[in-house]
Write a protein that binds this ligand. Structure first.
Ligand SMILES: [Zn+2]
Length: 306
């Protein structure tokens, strides 16, 4: 699980993961709501509205999937396409630090007043998920073609292909006058060996899953995003017949892991000729794509944050 566990006294209704379980139907789940963290991540860039839209959606999706991890590490979602947006990266650490960046061709973006979907912006491409658990342990979780209109559609394909357990999710993001907001909910059938599982026949399992996915799919976009509807109330509204039980929520915040030392280490693996190309007025300038921090050096050894 990612993020800091919040005690009951903390009145946090945004930027959190709310784990839950549906005891009647042997299902566990996560609800996510992001607000200020999206504004903070996006404020580091100056992306057009449509690009901000997909970054906000991807951030909610990444937090949702990362929250299923049982071990510590960095969970990364990477989307690549041949459309106006060619690349999008979001990663989340066990501590709940999220960061993101996108690369795009401004000339190819659709007009800002047109609703942007994952498909319309990325075109043909793929989504890749990786988990980095420290040195030399980067592992692919999965990769899936960008199929379907929305990130919700793409995730459904990913779950079909990659997850061993029945999994379903729904997410939404929208910019309000006071800032960006994203909301998401995910459900997953408990594994057979799970201690808390009520023994059931395969037919009953199938019926449970059918019933719970129907309930989840009744959630409206506005409910996922409505700040006045806290996640516990939303979960109760959706799943009260399934005996929904919630666990302490976890906090999510903006955070980047870049540092002068990391930049130095990265430069050590670059051939001298290419280092020359990084120079601006005799100084090497490296800008972190995630947080836009500029690192510069005259001699290529000592870096200062500017
Ligand atoms: Zn950074």
């Amino acid at each position: 699980m990612i993020g800091t566990v919040l005690d009951a006294a903390t009145e946090l209704t945004i930027d959190l993961i709310q784990p839950f379980q549906l005891d009647v139907s042997n299902v566990r789940g996560r609800a996510v709501r992001l607000g200020r963290v999206l504004d903070e991540v996006l404020a580091l860039h100056d992306y057009p509205r449509q690009v901000e839209q997909v970054v906000a959606e991807a951030a909610a999706g990444t937090v949702l999937l990362a929250s299923l991890l049982k071990y510590d590490g960095v969970f990364t979602l990477q989307a690549k396409g041949d459309g106006a947006v060619s690349m999008l990266v979001v990663d989340v650490t066990t501590a709940g630090d999220v960061r993101a960046y996108a690369r795009f061709d401004a000339d190819r973006l659709p007009p800002a007043d047109q609703p942007a979907t994952f498909q319309s912006l990325f075109g043909e491409g793929y989504l890749a998920f990786t988990v980095d658990q420290g040195e030399n342990t980067e592992g692919y979780q999965g990769i899936v073609a960008l199929t379907g209109q929305t990130l919700t559609d793409c995730l459904a394909h990913y779950f079909e292909q990659s997850e061993q357990l029945l999994t379903a999710a729904k997410l939404a993001a929208r910019r309000y006058p006071d800032g960006w907001r994203a909301g998401a909910v995910l459900i997953q059938h408990l594994p057979e060996e799970d201690e808390g599982r009520i023994p059931k026949t395969p037919a009953d399992n199938e019926e449970d899953w059918r019933r719970v996915t129907i309930l989840m799919n009744t959630v409206a976009e506005v409910e996922l995003l409505d700040r006045t509807l806290d996640l516990n109330s939303l979960l109760y509204r959706l799943f009260h017949e399934e005996q929904v039980r919630v666990f302490p929520p976890h906090a999510i915040q903006r955070g980047c892991r870049c540092s002068a030392e990391r930049v130095e280490r990265a430069l050590q693996s670059i051939p001298a000729g290419e280092i020359e190309e990084l120079k601006v007025d005799g100084e090497i300038v490296v800008t972190c794509e995630f947080c836009s921090t500029r690192y510069t050096s005259e001699d290529g050894v000592t870096f200062d944050k500017r």
